[in-house]
Design a protein. Structure first.
Length: 129
């Protein structure tokens, strides 16, 4: 069973193909996401970047009720992003567990590019309680 204070880390290098696929799926085809810069990079969509902490939540079968993101600096294709997620609440309430977490994502220059938090539930029977 997870404990308050537990941390999980996920890292990812977003590719041009991933950004273009997300642009097609989301309909967000802003120039920064579809036209490469002078270095051949695309800017990663903020909500695509937001899939990093939700990857951790998915491992817990977390059902989000509220999520907030603060985007602080751009992320470019080809950059490795490291996202550290910390569990801040794990409260048994009968058939469910109330859960909350916060995270910070950093680029290779150790700059925080995104931070945020989420709260929601985990239903009992997922094997985590």
């Amino acid at each position: 069973m997870p404990n308050v204070g537990d941390r999980r880390i996920v890292e990812h290098v977003f590719t041009v193909e991933e950004v273009r696929s997300y642009a097609a799926l989301s309909g967000d085809r802003g120039a920064q996401h579809v036209v490469p810069d002078s270095a051949g990079r695309l800017m990663v969509h903020g909500l695509l970047l937001g899939t990093l902490p939700t990857t951790v939540g998915g491992a817990f079968s977390f059902l989000a009720r509220e999520i907030s993101f603060e985007f602080l600096a751009p992320v470019w294709t080809g950059e490795r992003v490291r996202c550290e997620v910390q569990l801040t609440r794990w409260e048994d309430i009968g058939e469910r567990v109330r859960v909350a977490a916060e995270w910070s994502c950093r680029n290779p220059d150790d700059v925080t590019v995104m931070r945020g938090q989420a709260s929601g539930i985990v239903r009992k029977g997922t094997g985590l309680e």
